[in-house]
Design a protein around this ligand. Structure first.
Ligand SMILES: Cc1cc2nc3c(=O)[nH]c(=O)nc-3n(C[C@H](O)[C@H](O)[C@H](O)COP(=O)(O)O)c2cc1C
Length: 182
């Protein structure tokens, strides 16, 4: 991501600013080679003390993704992805949650570089996580908190409801030098 010339820096920043979660996908499959490239990016994600507390399960079977879609309040869009990557993590707490989020965001950024849309889908609770474990044969020591849905975005359909779009103004979420400083 090192960019020295101004116009490509602007283009890269615009792409980062504009990256949105995809939830509606075209029926096209993804190339296995592209999924492997995403796994390589994921593999090199940094983690606390380099613990790499994760195991990634790539699911390309539409029937299995349709089952995963039923394991959360907001996971329905997994029915219709070309592939998902279930991220199962070891441990609990702030550090592993950060590691998990960091990996997922990095995979989603990498997907966008390949022209692939993506979105995270959180499995509801421990019961749902156990169902994911059972479905995919994940050992008890790993917790599948969520999955990244992947595919070519169907740009003819809305990806999010209005309340999931837009952002708070910068003045509301940031300060200079001291809280509230302008
Ligand atoms: C921790 C976390 C959990 C999320 N879980 C879900 C989810 O289960 N299903 C979903 O459709 N979107 C999920 N999202 C996506 C958010 O709804 C989305 O990032 C937010 O509405 C902003 O939209 P944007 O990413 O398109 O800009 C999640 C995002 C985060 C950061």
């Amino acid at each position: 991501m090192t960019t020295t010339d101004g116009s490509s820096a602007d283009a890269t920043l615009a792409a980062l600013r504009g990256l949105r979660q995809s939830r509606r996908f075209l029926p096209d499959q993804l190339q296995r080679a592209d999924l492997e490239r995403l796994l390589e990016v994921a593999r090199w994600t940094g983690s606390a003390k380099n613990t790499q507390p994760w195991h990634l399960i790539v699911v390309t079977d539409p029937a299995v993704n349709a089952v995963l879609a039923g394991y959360g309040a907001f996971t329905q869009f997994l029915e219709g992805v070309a592939a998902s990557i279930v991220v199962a993590v070891e441990g609990h707490g702030r550090s592993v949650a950060y590691d998990d989020g960091r990996l997922q965001e990095r995979v989603m950024l990498a997907a966008s570089v390949l022209g692939i849309g993506s979105g995270t889908a959180w499995f509801s609770d421990e019961t749902a996580q156990q169902k994911v474990r059972d479905l995919l044969g994940i050992p008890a020591g790993l917790t599948p908190w969520s999955a990244i849905g992947l595919g070519y975005t169907d740009t003819t359909r809305p990806q999010a409801s209005p309340q999931l779009s837009g952002r708070k103004p910068l003045e509301e979420i940031s300060s200079w030098e001291r809280f509230g400083g302008r």
